[in-house]
Ligand binder design. Structure first.
Ligand code: 5GP
Ligand code: MG
Ligand code: MG
Length: 177
């Protein structure tokens, strides 16, 4: 496991994301929707630095199946999501890879009647995008490697690491989680 982004770099990155939102949405009510499960650490750290009237909710999207580190079919569950009709919404996810997840989620939340839907990710995997959509805010560009930590998992492990690390293919093959 190789550290790509240290704890102090993450703290600075999240502070910067919060500052952008505090400026963009100053005094405007905002609904932040965290995409389960990868966004939970970022969600907790980010919302405590936001100053506008804030609602927080979650929704679920899964595209990684079992042991696979490549994307499978996208499954979206909006049952946990609060009503967003007439609301300014920020979708929050851990990482933008092919973009298929956020592209679909933005569409789905708009269809629920949100006034505006923007998106924010911690990490942007450069050169992987397969859709005509880009996140509105991202903190770090990373190369095309499989990463874990700060919410990101490998088979639901490693979400608790306070840094972001690359898991090498040999390590993934050797894992018996
Ligand atoms: P996309 O739809 O943009 O291809 O993928 C987004 C989702 O795939 C993320 O929310 C995340 O759950 C998962 N994902 C993509 N790349 C990685 C990665 O390097 N590590 C982990 N742990 N998850 C990833
Ligand atoms: Mg995810
Ligand atoms: Mg995952």
């Amino acid at each position: 496991m190789r550290t790509l982004i240290s704890q102090s770099q993450l703290e600075a990155g999240v502070r910067d994301l919060a500052a952008q939102l505090n400026q963009q949405y100053a005094d405007r009510p905002l609904t932040v929707l965290g995409v389960l499960t990868g966004s939970v650490v970022l969600l907790a750290d980010l919302i405590r630095q936001l100053e506008m009237p804030l609602r927080v909710g979650v929704l679920q999207a899964r595209s990684y199946r079992g042991a696979a580190t490549t994307a499978g079919e996208l499954v979206v569950n909006l049952e946990l999501m609060p009503a967003v009709e007439g609301c300014d919404v920020l979708l929050l996810d851990d990482i933008f890879d092919t973009g298929r997840t956020l592209d679909e989620l933005v569409r789905r939340v708009r269809a629920c009647g949100a006034t505006s839907v923007r998106s924010m990710v911690l990490l942007n995997k450069v050169g992987r995008c397969e859709v005509d959509y880009q996140p509105d805010y991202s903190a770090f560009d990373i190369p095309n490697e499989f990463v874990v930590g700060y919410g990101l998992d490998y088979q639901d492990h490693y979400r608790n690491l306070p840094f972001v690390a690359a898991l090498d293919p040999e390590e993934i093959a050797a894992e018996s989680l």
